[in-house]
Write a protein that binds this ligand. Structure first.
Ligand SMILES: [Zn+2]
Length: 193
């Protein structure tokens, strides 16, 4: 049966309130259209700062990105790293993936503030399918923070969970963490032009 929406592809039966037939491509599009009006709320809800809610991948016409790949975005301040990370989380939220966004320095301040809540937060970011870490390396790297990071990153590496990060300077990051992250992401260097 032809897809009633695009008339091109073969339709399959979809279970969604009432059963109906549509091709998988059109179903994906429909889902995106349904979420789009609420997307900024969802972004806010997973932790994206207000300033970046309007970010879209089309803001980066020169970059050829595969949204299913995790990225390691490196570059000086004001090169759009956080903006790009926000555009990436938006794409996953449009696909209804479970995401968490953290800003590294603030996250560890939160964790330290309350040990009970902190343990829960650490567990959450370890297990979440899609993790976005902004400003990695800007937190003070005590032995404890390093150990937390290493455990989280190593687990996510082993379980092949999506983790995209932004980082200002490679020097800011412990070499072991850097190597682990390099192995599980695609490196993307941002610069002024
Ligand atoms: Zn179709």
């Amino acid at each position: 049966m032809k897809c009633p929406r695009c008339n091109k592809n073969d339709a399959v039966k979809i279970q969604f309130k009432d059963d109906f037939s549509i091709c998988p491509d059109c179903f994906e599009k429909m889902r995106r259209e349904a979420i789009a009006p609420h997307i900024e709320n969802r972004m806010k809800h997973v932790g994206v700062p207000s300033r970046y809610l309007g970010a879209w991948l089309t803001d980066f016409p020169k970059l050829d990105l595969d949204i299913d790949k995790p990225y390691f975005i490196i570059g000086p301040v004001d090169t759009g790293k956080t903006h790009l990370l926000a555009a990436l989380v938006k794409e996953q939220l449009l696909k209804q993936k479970r995401c968490i966004w953290i800003k590294a320095p603030m996250f560890f301040a939160d964790v330290r503030e309350s040990p009970d809540r902190g343990a829960k937060l650490l567990k959450q970011i370890t297990a979440i399918p899609y993790l976005f870490i902004d400003d990695l390396g800007a937190e003070r790297l005590t032995d404890w923070v390093f150990e937390c990071w290493y455990r989280i990153i190593d687990y996510r590496y082993s379980e092949q969970k999506y983790t995209s990060v932004t980082l200002n300077k490679v020097d800011n990051l412990d070499e072991r963490l850097f190597r682990r992250l390099r192995d599980m992401t695609t490196l993307l260097e941002m610069n002024d032009d």
